[in-house]
Structure formats: structure tokens, C-alpha cells
Design a protein around this ligand. Structure first.
Ligand code: NAI
Length: 332
């Protein structure tokens, strides 16, 4: 099986190496097709997202991707935004579930954040009107709203989930979120057996802090989804453990929620579990269900045992010790 591998920047090369090791230990042989994206690619090819990388994903359909650094306020546009738009990876899916052995305020969080990945404020359409005044365009279109809400309902239906909550700010952004809400209600009508709920995003934030266990599938536009994903990661152990995937109708790119973590890059301190669990989602996607389940089981067993854990999980170990424990549990 050939799958594209993008190491990315910062902790990317470290966590992708650990992930490949764990996949091999789970007994899956992958012929990795290496491709570049990120700061490293900009230095090597003069382009942070070379066309060859997009072509390789188009050819092989599936990619595993480490995080890519985006310079703040200057330089090139976000590679992630360009990648998702370029391949029309319209649905970001981030399952957020309480993990055994990871101490958090809540015991039974089990929700999925579904984020529209191609529009909203992240359409990247900004310009200076006059010096000191910038305009950012928030693009919301009916087809994109309908397909992301339908995707969320289908995910709920196939995953045996019972409720979809649409998160919006339609009271303020009356036209853009008004249209999104209208589409959400229409699509919800197609799924009468799944409960539909609509709530302002600020209320959702309050609820997530007070009692996140009340949510099942959350669907929202791009910027809200970016923020809510990190918030939800914090409910179950942080950015080091939450996986993610970007799906389109033709391609899928699997990546953790976290970024390139420049503060710990190159120190061997990164927690590889988020990317490893993203890889488990990838294995599930390509039909390697048993291996995916074995990896998830090994992650649970490792966390439960609490040996060799990285600092973000309260341990005194590092990436190497955590990876060794995961491999050991896979062999057990
Ligand atoms: P970040 O997620 O890289 O880091 C936030 C905090 O979480 C840091 O303290 C970091 O050390 C910690 N952290 C993140 N992942 C960790 C892991 N696996 N193990 C242990 N600790 C971990 O977010 P930040 O600092 O806002 O972004 C850094 C760069 O990453 C930026 O250039 C940003 O644009 C990029 N980024 C890329 C993403 C992607 O490629 N999918 C997603 C988010 C950010």
C-alpha cells in the first residue's frame, strides 16, 4: 500500500518517525511516498506547498501529514488552508474522547468536532481598504454548508450517534450564519431519526467548560471549528492526544490537531499519540481496521499503565520512551 507522508516542520519529523514505527509494529507494511510541505519545503523548493506534493496526494489519494509552520502576519499563506482548499478536503473530523489514565475534569467526554474546511473567514480573502482599515471576507455558500452538515449527519448515522449540534452566530452574522443555519435545518429534515440542535457558539463554549458530556456531534464553520477543536482537546488531555482527519470526496489527509510546537521541536519531548491516533484513523479508512483497533488499544494500555509518558501527560519520559511503550503494548 502506498501512502503519501509529509513530515512537516518543528516536531513534525519526530512525531512522523514515531508514528511510522508504531504502524510497522502493528504489522502494516506501507510503502511511504515522501512529499514536502511547510517551511522546509519553502527552503528546498522555493514554495511551501509544491505542486508535486498535491499531485502525489491526488495520485495516491491518502496522506499522513505532520504539522506545518505558518509565519504569523507575514510571508506565505497557511499551507494547511491551501492544502485543504486545493484538494477540496471540505470536512475536518476530530474525535474527542476521554482516555483511560489521563486525568481531566470529566470522565466520559465522547464527541466529534466536524469543521467546514474550505470557506468562512479562512477563505483568506483580506485586503487593506485604506491604511489602518482591513477587510476580511467571510465566505459562506449554500453548497458548502449543505455538504458539511450532511457529512456530519452521515457521520452520526454510520457511527451510531444520536445528535448533531449546529454551532453558529446567526444573531450577529445574520446573512452568512443565517444561510448556514437555514441549510442546516433543511439537511436535518433528511435525517428525522437523528436529533438536531442549533446553538450559538458562545453558549457552546460555556457548555463545553461546564459539561462537555452533553454533546455528540458538533458541526460548524471553519474559524469556530479551529477554536473549538483546541478547546475540546483540552478537555481530554491536550493537543498531544487528539487525532484528526480532513476528508473530501476524493482524497483524505490525516493529521493531528496540534501545530509544529516550535517551543519543544528537536528536543525529543513531543507526544506522538495525536499523530499515531490520526494514523489509526487512516488505517481504518484504508480498510486496515484490525491494525487500527490494535493501535488504539495499545494507546489506551500505555496511558493506563502510565509508564514512559511525556511531560504534557504528567510523565517524566520523552517521545522515545512513550513510543517504546506503545510498541511494547502492540507486541503484548
Ligand atoms: P501548537 O499546537 O504547535 O503548540 C501549542 C502548545 O501545545 C505548545 O506549548 C506546544 O509545545 C504544545 N504541543 C503541541 N503539540 C504537542 C505535542 N504533540 N506534544 C506535546 N506538546 C505539544 O500551536 P502554535 O504554537 O499556536 O503553532 C505553532 C505553529 O504550528 C504555527 O506556525 C501554526 O501556524 C502551526 N500550526 C499548524 C497546524 C497544522 O499543520 N495542522 C495546526 C496548528 C498550528
Amino acid at each position: 500500500m502506498r501512502i503519501v507522508l509529509i513530515e512537516g516542520d518543528g516536531i513534525g519529523p519526530e512525531v512522523t518517525t514515531a508514528t511510522c514505527e508504531v504502524i510497522a509494529a502493528a504489522g502494516v507494511t506501507i510503502d511511504w511516498v515522501r512529499a514536502d510541505a511547510g517551511l522546509g519545503a519553502a527552503e528546498k523548493h522555493g514554495e511551501p506547498l509544491p505542486e508535486i506534493t498535491l499531485d502525489l496526494i491526488r495520485k495516491h489519494r491518502v496522506a499522513l501529514k505532520g504539522p506545518c509552520t505558518t509565519p504569523v502576519g507575514k510571508g506565505f499563506r497557511s499551507i494547511n488552508v491551501r492544502l485543504r482548499k486545493g484538494l477540496d478536503l471540505f470536512a475536518s473530523v476530530r474525535p474527542v474522547k476521554t482516555l483511560p489514565g489521563v486525568k481531566t475534569p470529566y470522565d466520559n467526554v465522547d464527541l466529534i468536532v466536524v469543521r467546514e474546511n474550505t470557506e468562512g473567514l479562512y477563505a483568506g480573502l483580506e485586503h487593506q481598504v485604506v491604511p489602518g482599515v482591513i477587510e476580511s471576507l467571510r465566505i459562506i455558500t449554500r453548497p458548502a454548508c449543505e455538504r458539511i452538515v450532511r457529512y456530519a449527519f452521515e457521520l452520526a448515522r454510520t457511527g451510531g450517534r444520536h445528535r448533531v449540534t449546529f454551532c453558529h452566530k446567526a444573531d450577529v452574522m445574520r446573512l452568512s450564519d443565517g444561510l448556514f443555519l437555514e441549510c442546516a435545518r433543511e439537511v436535518a429534515d433528511e435525517f428525522p431519526f437523528i436529533q438536531f440542535e442549533e446553538k450559538p457558539i458562545d453558549n457552546i463554549c460555556l457548555d463545553l467548560a461546564l459539561d462537555p458530556t452533553q454533546y455528540d456531534v458538533l458541526v460548524m464553520e471553519n474559524l469556530f471549528g479551529d477554536v473549538i477543536s483546541d478547546l475540546c482537546a483540552g478537555l481530554v488531555g491536550g493537543l498531544g492526544v487528539v487525532p484528526g482527519a480532513n476528508f473530501g470526496s476524493r482524497y483524505a489527509v490525516f493529521e493531528a490537531v496540534h501545530g509544529s510546537a516550535p517551543d519543544i521541536a528537536g528536543k525529543g519531548l513531543a507526544n506522538p499519540i495525536a499523530l499515531i491516533r490520526s494514523a489509526a484513523m487512516m488505517l481504518d479508512h484504508v480498510g486496515e481496521r484490525a491494525a487500527a483497533a490494535r493501535i488504539e488499544k495499545a494507546v489506551h494500555a500505555t496511558l493506563q499503565a502510565g509508564i514512559g509518558l511525556t511531560r504534557d501527560l504528567g510523565g517524566s519520559g520523552n517521545m522515545a520512551s512513550l513510543t517504546a511503550e506503545l510498541v511494547r503494548h502492540l507486541g503484548a
